[in-house]
Design a protein. Sequence first.
Length: 119
Amino acid sequence: MSEIKLGPIESRFADIIWCNEPITSAKLASIAELELSWKKSTSYTILKRLCDRGIFCNEKGVVSSLISKNDFYAMQSEQFVNDTFDGSLPAFVAAFGTRKHLSDEEINQLQTIIDSMRR
């Protein structure tokens, strides 16, 4: 799939959809008015943009995702590692670990993930 990016405000709007889907476009605009102080027209413009990118669909006034939140952010993470660390996840983890001390619990969680990937 081609690279899909969201700006900070688009991400907040997308999170509203993911947390409430399926949701009517009218209800979505109402929530965006409360949480983002958007006019209805702004919500519909951003929704159309996100639908055109293939993240969501709006069929008969009901909005749902074409890409789950987890899948979307996994793709974003993968793209970041590819662009920044030549696709090397170990290089990313090593760089991350030099700036942030990982707790024993975090290290154990990472080890559990690695062990589950070996199976």
